[in-house]
Every structure is written in C-alpha cells, then in structure tokens.
Design a binder for this molecule. Sequence first.
Ligand code: CA
Length: 231
Amino acid sequence: MSVKILVVEDEPAIQELLRFACATNGFAVRVAESARGAQHAIREALPDLVLLDWMLPDRSGVELLRELRGSDRTRHLPVIMLTAKGAESDRVSGLDAGADDYVVKPFSPRELVARIRAVFRRRAPDKSGEPIRYGALLIDPARHEVRFEDRPVKMGMAEYKLLKFLASHAERVFSRSQLLDGVWGDHVFIDERTVDVHVLRLRKALATVGAQHLIQTVRGLGYRLAAGPSS
Ligand code: CA
C-alpha cells in the first residue's frame, strides 16, 4: 500500500511539479484545487500527508489548516505548507497554525521530497520507507523483511503492517480502534476482534525467534510493542 499524498494547489504548473515529484518517489497523489475540494477528498479517505498551498481560490490554506487541526480525525495529519518566496510572516503563521513544515516556492522536487520524508520520519516513521529498529528487532520496509537478532521472521502482510506500526511508535499503547485506524486505515469497517486475531498471529510468528514478549497486552487499554516488563 503506497503512501497517499493530497496536493491542495490551484496552479496547474505547480500541481504538475508536485504530482511528478510525488509519483517518481512512489507516493500516490490526489489533487484538490480548492479548500472545499480538499475537505471533500479528506472526507472520502484520509491521506498520509497534505501539501497545502497558502493561496487557494476559495479560502486561504492556513484557514483550512486551522480547521484540520481542530478536528479529531485530522488533528495529527501531517501538513506541509507551500508559501510564496520571502513571505516570512506567512511561514510563522503557518507554523503557528500547526503546519509540520513549509516549502518556499519555487522549490526543487528533490527538496520537496526530502521535506516530506523528514516529516514522515518525525511524525510517522512507518511511512518514511527507512528501516525501523527497536532493540534486536529490525524492520526493513524496502525488502519487506523482519529480523530479530539477525534471524529472519516470516509473517503475513497484515501482521507485518501491524508490527511496523507498533514498532514505529514503540512503547506507546494503542487501543484496538486506534490500531484499526493506524494499520488498516480509517473508513475500514473491520471488527475490533480482528485486531486480536492478528496480534495472536504476530506473536506466533515472533515466537519462532523467541521474540513474542515484544508484543504486550496492556489490560483494559490495548497493545504495545516494548522490551520491558508488561504492565
Ligand atoms: Ca495558489
């Protein structure tokens, strides 16, 4: 499943540049030309990151950003603002409104992609495409490979995604519904008990290398990945 980026920009030339930069890096792109179009796209499917232009035909990008930050569903959605050259006050108010970063026009596709990856590293390491390490556990998304103490661990795709998600937010506890949103995506209607089934399978896979203790049940709350004693 590729990383989904929503581009909110009304200028065709910049749309094209953004589309090209994202597509050549394996990101799936959807383009909205206005704030209203962006809201519609986000309602349909939550993207992994938004590239948001400051000047949109119907509203300002920063107004839309404030609205996204005010809603539970989009509060933590990574957003990079695109600003005009030299508009220092724009950058400050963009960051104040909750932007994760900003890119100044004109920008190079390489710079943009580097910024996107940096935001993912900070906010969603499972999306950055870089190896995730936790103690002796190594997850290599480029090869779809899991190793523990350098021994390969075989598992199904759902278990792999679950492990990757937990490992990129190690030691944090997630409820079943948070795991469904984070691993399977929102708007996916799966029974919460399905999570338990995948956790069971994941533990079985990890048990083949003696690492089943990494997936901990936190009573009444959910699950986490941690090396320490479970609570
Ligand atoms: Ca614009």
